[in-house]
Design a protein around this ligand. Structure first.
Ligand code: SF4
Length: 292
């Protein structure tokens, strides 16, 4: 008897390109409701009157205007970062990366968003369409494609850091490094921040963990108890630094801390801190495969 062959499914290229274009424009113009709610809570916690409260009012008004007028909430519309979870039951008769970049291209062009990508770090020639995107791909069971998109501005990205600590540095070494990163960034990373902290793996894995942590819902908690405890501790200690909104002092230096961890070498303790400014923009969609 012949083994049963499961029919492959696909996502039409036109659907993929159109959805990515939509995700790009939405992310640039509309700050997520969860971030807005966090900013409102932070505003209430600041003294009244205070510079911190005034700045949070300005940030809240800015995102409201952006949403209403369909304009970007920040001039820096970033490098396009995507995490793709690709169902193993999907097949594509086109180049997936090329199609993703076409969606990015259309989003930045049709949304009138600033093109911020240069061809090479030395000749600095603008590619004029914000491609290529930084694309992280992962195979998962099923026949859906989950797309998560973030436009990552340079202000907070430039102040992100990575350290190859040793096991002897331990938890306290990680805490010191995270606090030092936030202190060094000061107002330049446009706080209040969301902190993505990646611990473990190796050099590049820790950075990817930190980046992906920024896509987590602000209100969730790490599944691993050790990470969960660290998130709570860092949230309190980062806010105790007093950097405050845009670095002018106050109780709100971060809105959330997200710790993602991974197994690592017996001799290593990599830690990456990816800073996300208050324009914590990201959008996502899950596309179900259609009959190929
Ligand atoms: S750090 Fe964020 S808010 Fe500041 S300029 Fe860059 S994208 Fe805009």
């Amino acid at each position: 008897m012949k083994p049963e062959v499961n029919a492959m499914r696909t996502i039409p290229k036109t659907t993929l390109v159109a959805q990515i274009e939509r995700l790009v424009i939405q992310a640039a113009n509309v700050l997520g409701g969860e971030v807005v709610a966090c900013l409102k809570t932070a505003r209430e916690a600041e003294a009244s009157p205070s510079l911190a409260r005034h700045i949070l009012d300005e940030i809240l008004e800015n995102q409201e205007i952006a949403r209403r007028e369909s304009v970007p909430l920040c001039q820096d519309t970033g490098v396009a970062v995507l995490f793709l979870e690709i169902g193993t039951g999907l097949s594509f008769d086109y180049d997936l990366s090329e199609a993703v970049n076409e969606g990015i291209r259309r989003g930045y062009q049709n949304g009138y968003l600033r093109k911020s990508v240069v061809r090479h770090p030395f000749d600095r020639k603008n590619t004029l369409d914000n491609t290529p995107a930084v694309i992280h791909e992962r195979l998962v069971p099923g026949d859906s494609l989950r797309i998560r998109f973030a436009p990552k501005g340079a202000g907070s990205e430039n102040l992100s850091r990575l350290a190859m600590l040793t096991p002897a540095d331990g938890l306290e070494g990680v805490v010191r490094f995270v606090l030092e990163t936030v202190r060094l960034a000061g107002g330049k990373a446009c706080p209040p921040l969301v902190l993505g902290v990646g611990i473990g793996g190796n050099f590049e894995k820790s950075a990817e963990l930190a980046k992906e942590a920024l896509f987590r819902p602000l209100a969730d908690e790490a599944p691993e108890p050790l990470d969960r405890e660290l998130e709570k501790r860092l949230f309190a200690e980062v806010n105790a630094l007093g950097v405050g909104p845009m670095g002018f002092g106050g109780k709100t230096t971060c809105l959330a801390v997200k710790v993602n961890s991974f197994a690592c070498h017996i001799a290593s303790l990599p830690v990456a801190v990816n800073l996300q400014c208050h324009a914590a923009r990201h959008t996502e969609i899950e596309l179900r495969g259609e009959d190929a």
